[in-house]
Design a binder for this molecule. Structure first.
Ligand SMILES: [Zn+2]
Ligand SMILES: [Zn+2]
Length: 216
């Protein structure tokens, strides 16, 4: 069966995101997704908490700040520590039963893995709907996927509800479970889709962040 999932979303368990658990489910359904991955920065407990509280299919994960750049870990059962090398981080993810994804590897800011992407990764994020510059990031990621023979995924890196679903992955999974989805991604039975988040929605995110700062 085909499962449409945004594999990169931050909730309020990430300090820089405005997406409450309620928003997460609301916008995921609104955008026609079948599943959504919760990938908060260096934190895993929130994802499992949200998964318990909803019937919507949540793929628990986290985004690990490795010393070489950001790495999305899906379906890990424990916290993966930050500050390790990319190689070590991927190994920890695999030991924790998870899927290691090189996310936004070629964006122009700190956090891009660039040449640290290697063939021990399970997948590479071809589409990151908030990547800048978008086209260049997509093209470079495709080249790396070809060179290293990595599975290809897409996600939004959403930090604001209406951004959810601009990037997504269609996964050919045996059944709608986190395990089957993880296995399908590892096997490469998936395809990335999406388009850049409109500038207006990034503007709204920054505006809401400023408003929130004003309140505290
Ligand atoms: Zn990141
Ligand atoms: Zn992210």
């Amino acid at each position: 069966m085909q499962i449409k999932a945004d594999l990169h979303v931050h909730t309020t368990y990430s300090k820089d995101s405005l997406i409450t658990p309620k928003d997460l489910v609301y916008y995921s359904k609104k955008r026609g997704l079948d599943a959504v991955a919760v990938t908060d920065h260096n934190y895993i407990d929130g994802a499992y908490k949200i998964a318990k509280e909803t019937d919507f299919l949540i793929i628990p994960g986290m985004e690990v700040s490795s010393n070489d750049g950001h790495i999305v870990a899906l379906n890990v059962k424990e916290l993966i520590p930050r500050g390790l090398s990319a190689e070590e981080t991927v190994e920890r993810i695999h030991n924790a039963g998870g899927v290691a994804i090189a996310c936004h590897p070629y964006v122009l800011f700190k956090g891009a893995l660039k040449e640290s992407v290697c063939n021990t990764f399970d997948a590479i994020e071809i589409i990151n709907a908030r990547a800048f510059p978008f086209k260049r990031s997509v093209n470079k990621a495709i080249q790396t996927a070809e060179r290293l023979n990595l599975s290809r995924v897409g996600g939004t890196d959403a930090h604001y509800g209406p951004q959810i679903g601009y990037g997504y992955t269609v996964i050919e999974a045996a059944e709608p479970t986190v395990e089957a989805i993880s296995e399908a991604i590892i096997q490469g039975h998936c395809q990335p889709f999406g388009r850049p988040v409109p500038i207006s929605l990034n503007f709204m995110l920054n505006l809401q962040r400023l408003k929130r700062m004003g309140k505290t």
